[in-house]
Design a protein around this ligand. Structure first.
Ligand SMILES: [Zn+2]
Length: 353
């Protein structure tokens, strides 16, 4: 819990991942031989193949460090801070939230709306647009202008908490995936291939960090680790995954169809090791999987998912048992990836069409 709590409670919206990268870099250095930071800010930890035959075949893991955020576009004469979205917010989940504006110092603010008493019938039933929302720092405009500039960012202020059997907080998407990657690599024995573990940037604004990482690493197999919407939350239409029922092997979403060979392999690995597992198949959403799959000449790509309720809100929630199952599954996949053999072709040498 200590590491997950630190990862979740650290702030790092898309494009401003430096603080969370500091935490991840120290952890990656602990479980890898070398850690590198690329030009965009993604971190890549590497471990050379345990076998001579496996050298040159790369298993690339990717979990994104960034979280949803807001970016300051202006300060009104009232002192209210105008913002635009960094990532896919549902504006309804921002109303009445406490946020932190990362200006010259860290300032706490609220996203307020007019009280219900003053709203007419029509306005009461309407969801706000993100452009209508402002952050109130409780300070006069001249003081706000001293402390906050256009381009500063804001994040949700919601530390990790336990509720019943679950843990809840902001940015579990995808710090819980970063946690699974770190702990999966830590728990794994020797990897027969070259192992690269990447904490990527800017996933929430379009899988950007994973693209450059995959281009550089030229993976033979790429595995993203990210959350997936569980089917058991209020208002969900049923079907899909359930919290507490294990690691989710992702078959498909709107951005990628997982490699069939890899899906079957991950299922076999989970079955052999007695790891509770389930499947996520949906026509919506997306993860770094797509960026891994389509980089260069492409690779066999898949995704291990942590089922989650209330994604992209301040009360994202996951089950620790599922997190543990994902760690076990990932570490077993790392140890056994060589068994995929010719089922997944290596990328052609650089320069070849
Ligand atoms: Zn995510």
């Amino acid at each position: 819990m200590r590491l997950l709590r630190t990862l979740v409670n650290t702030h790092g919206p898309s494009g401003r991942e430096e603080d969370v990268a500091d935490v991840v870099r120290a952890e990656l250095a602990d479980v890898c031989d070398a850690v590198e930071r690329d030009a965009m800010g993604s971190l890549i930890g590497r471990r050379p193949a345990a076998t001579r035959a496996g050298r040159g075949s790369v298993l690339l893991l990717a979990a994104h460090m960034d979280e949803l955020g807001l970016l300051v576009t202006g300060i009104e004469d009232t002192g209210f801070v105008r913002v635009i979205a960094l990532g896919g917010w549902d504006p309804r989940t921002l109303v009445s939230q406490v946020v932190l504006v990362h200006g010259r110092k860290r300032l706490r603010g609220v996203v307020g709306t007019p009280p219900v008493h003053v709203l007419d019938e029509q306005a009461r039933g309407k969801a706000p647009k993100i452009d209508d929302l402002v952050i109130d720092l409780g300070l006069p405009a001249d003081r706000v202008r001293e402390l906050v500039r256009v381009g500063d960012v804001a994040t949700r202020d919601r530390p990790l908490q336990r509720i019943g059997d679950l843990v809840t907080g902001k940015a579990l998407d995808d710090r819980v995936g970063v946690f699974v990657m770190l702990e999966g690599v830590r728990a794994a024995g020797a990897c027969p291939w070259d192992l690269a573990a990447a904490a990527t940037v800017q996933e929430e604004v379009g899988l950007r960090g994973a693209r450059t990482v995959a281009f550089r690493e030229r993976p033979r197999v790429g595995i993203a680790i990210d959350t997936c919407p569980s089917g058991d939350g209020p208002g969900m239409k049923g079907g899909g995954t359930r919290l507490g029922k294990g690691a989710a092997i992702r078959i498909m979403d709107a951005s990628a169809i997982g490699s069939r060979r890899l899906v079957e392999f991950m299922e076999a690995v989970a079955r052999d090791a007695g790891i509770p597992h389930q499947f996520h198949a949906s026509g919506r959403g997306g993860t770094d999987t797509q960026a891994l799959q389509l980089a260069g000449t492409g690779c066999a790509a898949g995704c291990i998912s942590i089922p989650q309720r209330y994604g992209h809100s301040s009360v994202e929630a996951v089950h620790p048992g599922d997190v543990e199952a994902c760690v076990h599954l990932l570490s077993a996949v790392i140890e056994r990836v060589g068994e995929l053999g010719d089922a997944v072709p290596p990328p052609p040498p650089p320069g070849e069409p």
